[in-house]
Design a protein around this ligand. Structure first.
Ligand SMILES: NC(=O)c1ccc[n+]([C@@H]2O[C@H](COP(=O)([O-])OP(=O)(O)OC[C@H]3O[C@@H](n4cnc5c(N)ncnc54)[C@H](OP(=O)(O)O)[C@@H]3O)[C@@H](O)[C@H]2O)c1
Length: 260
């Protein structure tokens, strides 16, 4: 359980982030919740307040792709919470590639949120985390899609792979400062992001289940939190046998002009 923490949770207006925000508030944490949609954030804060948890949610709207806004939004987070013990970066954008059409603007949109937005958030949060004095921690939500190459995931999967590497490297550089870094790799979770997926999503989970897995792993200060285990194990197995994956199984999952 995560308790008595001052948390900045980005991507809290829907999906996994919303479930996390409600559970963190119920457990007595003070949480600044961010995203672009002010109405959505206010609704989450109201839901937390009306369910009477010991904690509180403070909406702080921001667009993670806006460098200047991200630099200035920290003062609102600090004012709301009086400091910061944990950053949870849960914002994300998913766009799939069709027919191997490698559109640079699509890649940029995805990378802006999944990579540069994360950099922006960490850059802003670090000075506050260094002053925390309450076991500071950075949590980045990446994805299991980064374990092996997946069809149509050239942009999304590679952005998550970049995020994982960045967080792994940062963990080393923050060891001396005693700031832990946790990478979260969800499998398929039913959220607005996956609502329009028209392919099978094995071992699909609910947002609440995903939030429980994240809270359990983060409170143990794990290096990585991977769920569900069955999908994680299957993908790791695929990575262990690359010829089988890339020559036999993977191509059967691919969708191309002749099959659409
Ligand atoms: N669902 C899955 O199966 C799955 C699997 C693996 C990993 N993940 C990852 O889990 C995280 C949460 O995703 P989700 O499934 O819960 O989807 P979601 O409901 O679409 O949540 C994504 C959140 O990101 C925020 N966001 C997007 N662009 C933003 C921007 N420019 N500035 C600020 N906030 C922004 C959105 O808020 P606003 O629209 O209000 O800005 C939204 O609350 C993402 O990182 C996703 O990649 C999800």
């Amino acid at each position: 359980m995560i308790r008595r923490k001052r948390i900045w949770l980005i991507g809290a207006g829907s999906g996994i982030g919303k479930s996390l925000a409600l559970k963190l508030a119920a457990a007595g944490n003070q949480v600044a919740i961010s995203g672009r949609n002010v109405v959505g954030l206010d609704a989450v804060a109201l839901e937390a307040a009306s369910s009477g948890g010991a904690g509180k949610l403070f909406p702080v709207a921001c667009d993670v792709t806006d460098d200047q806004q991200m630099a200035s939004v920290l003062s609102s987070v600090e004012t709301a919470l009086g400091g910061l013990d944990m950053l949870i970066y849960c914002a994300g954008r998913c766009e799939y590639i069709d027919n191997a059409d490698m559109k640079t603007d699509l890649f940029r949109r995805v990378y802006e949120v999944n990579v540069f937005g994360m950099v922006n958030a960490i850059q802003g949060a670090l000075p506050l985390l260094k002053r925390s004095g309450n076991a500071p921690q950075i949590v980045g939500v990446a994805s299991m899609s980064a374990v092996v190459g997946l069809p149509r995931a050239e942009a999304y999967g590679s952005s998550k792979a970049a995020a994982i590497y960045m967080l792994d490297a940062l963990r080393l550089d923050l060891t001396d400062q005693k700031i832990d870094v946790t990478v979260v790799n969800p499998g398929f979770v039913e959220t607005p992001m996956t609502d329009s997926n028209d392919f099978p999503m094995p071992f699909l989970m609910q947002g609440d289940q995903a939030a429980d897995c994240i809270i359990a792993g983060v409170s143990k200060r794990k290096r990585t939190v991977n769920f569900p285990f069955k999908l994680w194990f299957s993908l790791k197995l695929a990575a262990l046998f690359p010829s089988l994956w890339y020559r036999v199984i993977g191509p059967r999952l691919a969708r191309n002009e002749s099959s659409t």
